[in-house]
Design a protein around this ligand. Structure first.
Ligand code: MSP
Length: 515
């Protein structure tokens, strides 16, 4: 179990230049799974789940112009699309931040003022004025070197970067190479998976260069408080969101409670910003660094890069409309080991929907509730404790694995672990044939098993979990008693009281042909 008493998890804040797609949904659902899990283990009030939108910079300004929209209206609209999408995917964040929010703008200004006064780890001024001459890719909002390009193009966006020569404020990142190496090596700043940690250490071994943290010709941004000619570089503006949301610049003392972040979640594309630039900025400003950074992989679609040009961008809303929100949430985390690259295909979603959800979970719950309902008149039978010791042992192990794996973010393993229990239950029914003779112990074990399964599934597929518990506890008072239990109490074998009223109501997952 985590020794932390609080858990603060963030997603990247997404650019509002375009509509959200399945990649954005992937990271946000992962954060939702963790937030729901930690809310159950640490209590609702001890978890802070942050997401939001990144709204400044030339990339956004260009997109608004392309759409013939006034800037503020454009960012309001796209930001709202994100909010609505998260609601439709049953994502329960605690705070949705927008970089155009007033309190964020003042937090960024405060941070810049602090940097202006600060000294680096080596005693130099943390920021200084200079001239940047080089390349810039507006699509990734990143300063590029010739060596980053392939055939003269940005490898991610396939566009020719602009050539810039401009006055900027620079941050003395080069003074942090050794310190960051130590912090990452000894896991004070934990970077997961291990392969990504090694990539970042390899990068540090080449030595860091100073970076520009302001832009003179980008009007759509936060003014540098001590230089009205400049706006804050959009990545610095964006990273500070993690501070703003926890009250860095507010009177309330939330900041002490939540900071430092326990986990910044993101795709591998933006790991360098989070594991190098972000901690160095914090160190310079005298603020504790985040505890852990997790970079997951990227997906392709049917084996190809997801792109507008190819026309294979998956809209999460459409996938959820066809299969249901929970099947989509389940599929994304059962199919792709979290941390690795993976492939999204409707064919695989279809297969998993049928095998794991319709024929696996859905069928098991329906089978048990139907059989037990007929035999015991919709009342949980009394058990004689014959099997009890064995079940307790098995159950204890399953919960131990569950906690360990979910805290290690091995989501596909957590699900495999639950599904092997589902399989065990199916085999148990086939072996014991509880419809032939009265076998209250067997029935009890099965009903109690689906109670545990429903709770374990809650962070992943919350609606389905609720539907199972509502069938298992049809009496309102009995259901309330179950919901009032702590996660620890829930996991104790035997928690389903004999006499509890249950009833099979509907099916969890309709067959695809019926959708
Ligand atoms: N605005 C910056 C982040 C600033 S955070 C301080 C940004 N935004 S983004 O809209 O481009 O979102 C990038 C993130 O979206 C990735 O890190 C990842 O979380 C998610 N994904 C986008 N495409 C993805 C895939 N194809 N596959 C998996 N996740 C992807 O970068």
């Amino acid at each position: 179990m985590s020794t932390n008493q609080k858990f603060y998890v963030s997603t990247p804040i997404y650019y509002v230049n375009d509509q959200p797609h399945i990649g954005h949904a992937y990271t946000t659902i992962a954060a939702d799974i963790l937030a729901r899990y930690y809310k159950l283990t640490l209590g609702e009030n001890n978890v802070f789940f942050l997401t939001g939108t990144d709204e400044h910079g030339s990339k956004i300004a260009n997109a608004a112009a392309k759409n013939n929209k006034e800037l503020q209206q454009f960012v309001d609209e796209v930001s709202n699309v994100y909010k609505e999408l998260w609601q439709s995917l049953n994502i329960k964040y605690n705070y949705f931040i927008r970089t155009t929010d007033k309190n964020h703008i003042s937090a960024v200004k405060k941070f810049l003022e602090v940097l202006k006064q600060a000294k680096t780890a080596k005693g130099n001024g943390a920021i200084y004025e200079g001239i940047y001459q080089g390349l810039y890719c507006a699509s990734c909002e990143t300063f590029k070197k010739e060596s980053d390009l392939i055939n003269g193009l940005c490898p991610d966006h396939k566009v020719k970067p602009e050539s810039l020569k401009e006055k900027n404020w620079f941050f003395k990142l080069s003074d942090y190479t050794e310190l960051l190496k130590d912090l990452i090596e000894n896991n004070t700043l934990s970077i997961v998976p291990e392969t990504k940690k090694n990539e970042m250490l390899g990068f540090l071994n080449q030595g860091l260069e100073d970076i520009a943290i302001s832009r003179p010709n980008v009007k759509w941004g936060i003014p540098v408080p001590f230089d009205q000619e400049q706006t804050v570089y959009v990545w610095v503006d964006a990273l500070i969101n993690y501070l703003t949301a926890t009250g860095y610049n507010s009177e309330k003392n939330n900041f002490q409670k939540w900071w430092p972040a326990d986990l910044h979640l993101m795709g591998k594309d933006i790991l360098k910003f989070h594991s190098i630039i972000w901690p160095a900025l914090l160190l310079a400003a005298g603020i504790p660094i985040p505890k852990k950074i997790f970079a997951h992989g990227y997906f392709t679609v049917d084996g190809q890069k997801m792109s507008k040009t190819i026309g294979n961008v998956i809209n999460p809303r459409e996938a959820a409309q066809k299969y249901g929100v929970d099947p989509l949430r389940y599929f994304l985390f059962a199919e792709i080991p979290f941390g690795e690259d993976g492939d999204f295909s409707y064919k695989r979603l279809d297969e998993r929907y049928n095998s794991d959800l319709v024929n696996g979970l859905g069928n098991l719950v329906s089978r048990i509730l139907t059989l037990a309902g007929k035999k015991y008149n919709n009342k949980v039978p009394t058990h004689s404790k014959n099997n009890f010791d064995k079940s307790i042992q098995l159950n204890k192990q399953t919960w131990e694995n569950y906690h360990r794996l979910i805290q290690e973010l091995k989501f596909h393993k957590v699900l495999e672990n639950i599904w092997s229990w589902i399989k065990c239950c199916d085999e148990y029914i086939d072996k014991e044939k509880p419809w032939e003779h009265s076998k209250p112990d067997v029935m009890y074990d099965l009903l109690e098993s689906i109670r545990h399964i429903a709770w374990m599934l809650l962070p992943f597929i919350p609606e389905t979990s609720k539907k199972i518990l509502e069938q298992l506890f049809t009496d309102e008072n009995q259901r309330k008693q179950e919901y009032d239990k702590s996660f620890k109490q829930i996991a104790i074998w035997g928690g389903l009281a004999p006499g509890t009223l249950f009833e099979k109501k509907g099916i969890l997952f309709p067959r695809i042909s019926d959708l």
